[in-house]
Write a protein that binds this ligand. Structure first.
Ligand SMILES: Cc1cc2nc3c(=O)[nH]c(=O)nc-3n(C[C@H](O)[C@H](O)[C@H](O)COP(=O)(O)OP(=O)(O)OC[C@H]3O[C@@H](n4cnc5c(N)ncnc54)[C@H](O)[C@@H]3O)c2cc1C
Length: 411
């Protein structure tokens, strides 16, 4: 606490020597006293994009907001896509799941407060109004535990384009001062002024160059193993929290998109029969199948996921997917295959999130993990659950914590 108060005596001027600054809001303040609070969000998945938006909402122009993403595109489990012709399909999440806060069964808990339930719902209504997602009824989808236990409490939405469009829109809303793709954060270390010196590898042609910059606060919106792989993170957290993060567990899934030529509508006719006009069905061999079509293009697709209970090593081929469809329909589809793409998600969905781990579970207070000064904050579905709601609740808590740290340091 003493350190925090000492820091508050010279507010936010210690980080002027950033190695790298690109600013859309203007970064060359003559008046150091008004220098923005420099915040880095690591990861441009759903959580990172939501967190950046929430940070901008809370800080306005008082924060200089940077986003660094390891992949060369807007990625994450809400962003992996496969493309054929004009059809883009998601390889990660297939439906966005959120709870209607007006439903009497919608109660806060598991680290998710009522205002997070409401905020996530409003965010999704806004995405629908922008034409980025549309609702889909439970009876169109494969049965999951939530859908069986609480019919229609969870509301499901599919992407109109792809979920990476949703992430891109959220990131645009955040008005970040700088976004870098192909930049992997490798280490962070506190400097004498208690800011973080962050080091990353920036992809550059066939190689990579090292980048270093200083930030007042860092949010790691990455899966738990990726957060702990960043050198210095575990040491910067209270040991019991670092230990809890290390004990969270995900399942692993393999996903494959198979595209079919639909010039004469034959593939669509077969797939309508296979799916009985639903969007999802169970396939044989532990695969879950989703039907994706384009309003314009001559291509349709089936996306296959290994289920939560079946771990399938890659590659999951087009033949495997056809075998899961089986019978005469699979034989008729075989010559229509155009291409396929397979992805292995080592961290797919939560099996053991923080909220299920005791003791010293922090998430009943707020579903994120932070150091004593709220300057290093970890957020993600591993704090609560793998859903849009879980990512929203954790990102919002992370932004709130960063803002608390800012008030502590900057008055
Ligand atoms: C196969 C599958 C099916 C799913 N189905 C559903 C579903 O139907 N409904 C639903 O709501 N949810 C579903 N989910 C879960 C949902 O996708 C996740 O809960 C959510 O996307 C998590 O978002 P995140 O931002 O926390 O993490 P991520 O999406 O993992 O994003 C983390 C980002 O950080 C980047 N990164 C990691 N390390 C570094 C580093 N050192 N430096 C820089 N960048 C880094 C990664 O490249 C990535 O882009 C599914 C997930 C999978 C994999």
């Amino acid at each position: 606490m003493l350190n925090a108060l000492a820091r508050a005596a010279r507010p936010c001027i210690a980080t002027t020597a950033a190695a790298l600054t690109i600013s859309a809001h203007g970064d060359s303040n003559a008046d150091n006293a008004k220098q923005p609070y420099r915040v880095l969000v690591v990861g441009a998945g759903l959580g990172g994009c939501l967190c950046a938006k929430e940070l901008r909402r809370r800080f306005g122009d008082a924060a200089e907001l940077h986003v660094w993403e390891r992949a060369t595109y807007n990625a994450g489990r809400f962003g992996g896509v496969a493309v054929a012709g004009e059809l883009r399909v998601d390889l990660g999440a297939q439906v966005l799941s959120v709870v209607d806060p007006e439903d009497p069964r919608a109660l806060p808990g598991h680290g998710i407060a009522l205002d997070a339930l409401k905020g996530a719902w409003s965010e999704v209504q806004a995405l629908e109004a922008r034409g980025l997602v549309e609702p889909v009824a439970d009876n169109q989808l494969a049965a999951t535990e939530e859908r069986l236990l609480w019919p229609e409490l969870w509301r499901q939405y599919v992407s109109v384009g792809s979920f990476s469009d949703v992430c891109a829109a959220l990131l645009t809303d955040a008005r970040p001062d700088a976004v870098y793709f192909g930049r992997r954060v490798d280490s962070l270390k506190r400097d004498a002024g208690r800011a973080f010196v962050v080091t990353a590898a920036q992809r550059d042609g066939d190689g990579a160059r090292s980048i270093s910059a200083t930030f007042d606060a860092v949010v790691l919106a990455v899966p738990a193993p990726d957060a702990l792989a960043v050198d210095g993170v575990a040491d910067a957290l209270p040991p019991e929290l670092a230990d809890l993060v290390g004990r969270t567990r995900y399942d692993a899934r393999t996903a494959t998109a198979v595209f079919f030529c639909d010039d004469d509508g034959e593939a669509s006719r077969i797939l309508d029969r296979v799916f009985k006009s639903r969007l999802e069905r169970d396939g044989s061999g532990g695969l879950e199948l989703a039907h994706r079509r384009s309003s314009t293009g001559p291509v349709v697709a089936v996306v296959a996921h290994s289920s939560a209970t079946t771990s399938i090593a890659p590659p999951l081929t087009a033949d495997d997917v056809l075998n899961a469809i089986a019978g005469a329909d699979a034989a008729a589809l075989r010559p229509l295959v155009v291409s396929s793409k397979s992805v292995r998600w080592d961290c797919a969905q939560m099996v053991t999130p923080l909220e299920a781990l005791m003791p010293q579970n922090p998430v009943e207070k707020e579903p994120c993990v932070c150091d004593d000064m709220a300057t290093l904050v970890l957020a993600g579905d591993y704090c609560t659950q793998s859903s849009f709601l879980g990512a929203y609740a954790s990102s919002r808590a992370a932004a709130q914590a960063v803002h608390r740290g800012y008030r502590l340091r900057c008055g």
